[in-house]
Design a protein around this ligand. Structure first.
Ligand code: NAD
Length: 400
């Protein structure tokens, strides 16, 4: 392509983009918007260098200024644990992000460009948040991507006692019914839905040493909680919208995600956070309580790995459902030992009655590896070290 053709090509591109050029900076959350005029100035400089014999392509001269339209995402449940981390991740990739939740994130201010406090059980709220405002270089319209993480949920102490079953089913199903229907009606580019390993049948998770959670083992369905039944229903809801209305969906089944800035006290916390808190609060040589005999097995996935999986799934052509979890299975007693090692404390485990969930569960990563060419690899110990440090700090702050 000679200089004239190059200029012609770029000007045509500019016109298609409403006269503005949105350019991502690879390493910052700032998207740069250049006017046609400024872009032409840069182009002229590049051509000047080129015509001086440096033989540099414009792409190479401004590697961080690759022309690209600003991407936009709506994160539902952005005030929650995974949602607030996801917003940060999307911002680091240069997205314009709107978050929506009943509440702000608990531990640090949101990184979203726009944050709406709203109840997604209300279809009017869903309609409003799905309307993306006009942004530099793009007029008002649908979001490129929606991440639907909002759910009424918590750890074993919340979802396995039976006390919250009606709320869990009603609230989460209502959110998903709204979001599936209105996302397709508003024309979103793609929607991600976070399902859970809790949808797998209980009968495959009786043997703690050999649980079966491959994606194809979901049926005949027999989740052990109403939370799991709602997840299964909503998976099918999104898949039927994909089939009948061409809604572009991606579905992942998360397995026990943990990390800093997750709920760590109050009854909705999950096992890794609860154990880190108990260890942080115990004096060396003391004891902590563990629900059941502690021989039930699980695997736990660090938040950053979860987000990597979500983003890779969204960028792929694979709809799912696919497991996003770790294959490093441990007993709850072993999890406690890891936390004790990280803390440098030796404690006695006092086994007491408590809600337990299935006897064994582990992610099966064959499918994710096959479809995405990737699987999580971080060691549980490394994730617990980061999480323990954060929870110990929260605990210190709270006890002052
Ligand atoms: P979370 O409870 O921290 O986040 C969920 C968020 O949804 C909360 O901030 C809550 O306020 C919000 N929400 C609830 N009802 C709402 C409503 N009516 N309108 C607007 N917002 C509402 O949970 P999380 O751990 O971040 O999980 C995110 C998603 O991933 C959930 O769908 C959950 O079921 C799924 N998941 C999580 C795990 C895990 O280990 N964390 C495992 C499997 C699946």
């Amino acid at each position: 392509m000679n200089q004239e053709e190059l200029l012609d090509f770029l000007l045509k591109e500019l016109k298609q983009r409403n006269g503005g050029f949105i350019l991502h900076q690879a390493d910052s959350s700032q998207a740069v918007v250049l006017s046609v005029q400024r872009y032409q100035e840069l182009l002229n400089q590049a051509l000047l260098v080129e015509s001086n014999g440096a033989n540099i392509q414009i792409k190479n001269l401004f590697p961080s200024l690759e022309p690209q339209r600003l991407k936009t995402a709506l994160v539902c449940g952005a005030g929650g644990f995974i949602g607030s981390h996801l917003v940060r991740r999307l911002k680091s990739e240069g997205y314009w992000v709107r978050g929506v939740d009943l509440k702000n994130p608990d531990f640090s201010p949101t990184a979203a460009d726009d944050f709406v406090i709203g109840d997604l059980r209300d279809p009017e709220v869903c309609k409003q948040v799905l309307k993306r405002p006009s942004l530099p270089g793009i007029s008002e319209g649908p979001f490129d991507e929606v991440y639907q993480l909002a759910a009424d949920m918590g750890g074993a102490g919340y979802i396995f006692t039976g006390e919250h079953d009606a709320d869990v089913m009603h609230n989460s199903a209502q959110i998903n019914l709204n979001m599936a229907y209105l996302s397709q009606a508003s024309g979103v580019g793609k929607i991600f839905y976070s399902s859970s390993a809790c949808m797998y049948p209980a009968y495959n998770q009786l043997d703690p040493n050999n649980p079966k959670c491959s994606e194809d083992s979901a049926y005949p369905a027999a989740p052990d909680s109403e939370y799991g039944w709602e997840k299964l229903f909503s998976e099918r809801l999104y898949l039927s919208f994909a089939r009948n209305y061409k809604l572009n969906v991606r579905i992942a089944r998360f397995h026990n995600i943990f990390g800093p800035e997750g709920t760590w006290q109050g009854g909705k916390e999950k096992a890794p956070a609860a154990i880190c808190r108990k260890v942080a609060q115990a004096k060396d040589g003391g004891e902590i309580e563990i629900w059941g005999d502690g021989l039930q097995t699980r695997s736990f996935l660090y938040i950053d790995e979860c987000l990597e999986g979500v983003r890779r799934l969204m960028e792929s052509d694979f709809i799912g459902p696919v497991n996003i979890g770790s294959e490093e299975m441990v007993t709850i007693n072993q999890l406690a030992q890891i936390a004790m090692d990280v803390a440098g404390k030796q404690l006695t485990l006092n086994h007491i009655e408590g809600p337990l969930g299935v006897r064994g569960r582990n992610s099966d990563n064959k499918l994710i590896l096959e479809k995405l060419g990737w699987q999580p690899s971080m060691k549980l110990k490394d994730g617990i070290a980061k999480t323990y440090a954060w929870i110990a700090e929260q605990n210190n702050k709270a006890s002052k």
